[in-house]
Ligand binder design. Structure first.
Ligand code: TYD
Length: 141
């Protein structure tokens, strides 16, 4: 499927605020994500001047959540680029396959949770930007 920045959207995660002021609880049940979850990983202790990501996926779909702190996600479909700031534990950013992403500007203590649709397979990654552009110039992607 040909994907673009239009295939990226926020997913609101239900938040249960405690009536007695004991804080919030958010829950991700399987039906709120548009794919079957196969893997969860998280980035933490990322220095503020470091960039993570720097790749696209061929098949994998994922949702990113700032469980703590904030960071910016640079999204690129080969034609357009946009930057989204994540800073709410009850908002997930859904990223379709075929989108180049970089994650940067991590605040101190930021934790980036990734909930993804595939087990880890290096063959699913495109880690070279020019290769990504070639991939996107194919009508299918
Ligand atoms: P990498 O994909 O470069 O991280 P990011 O793109 O988020 O900055 O992954 C860093 C290393 O971790 C790389 O050697 C692959 C390995 N890795 C796994 O073994 N399993 C995983 O699920 C992930 C996400 C990475």
């Amino acid at each position: 499927m040909k994907t673009s920045l239009n295939d990226i959207h926020f997913i609101e995660i239900p938040k249960i605020s405690d009536p007695d002021g004991r804080g919030n609880l958010s829950v991700i049940e399987k039906n709120i994500l548009p794919y079957k979850v196969e893997r969860i990983y998280y980035l933490y202790d990322v220095p503020s001047d470091s960039t993570r990501g720097g790749h696209a996926h061929i098949k994998l779909q994922q949702s990113l959540i700032a469980l703590s702190g904030s960071f910016d996600v640079v999204l690129d479909d080969g034609k357009k680029r946009k930057i989204v700031t994540l800073n709410k534990p009850n908002k997930a950013l859904y990223i379709a396959p075929g989108i180049w992403r970089e994650i940067e500007n991590f605040s101190s203590g930021a934790v980036c949770l990734a909930i993804v649709s595939e087990v880890y397979k290096e063959e699913d990654y495109i880690r070279d930007y020019q290769e990504f552009l070639n991939f996107k110039s194919d009508r299918q992607h």
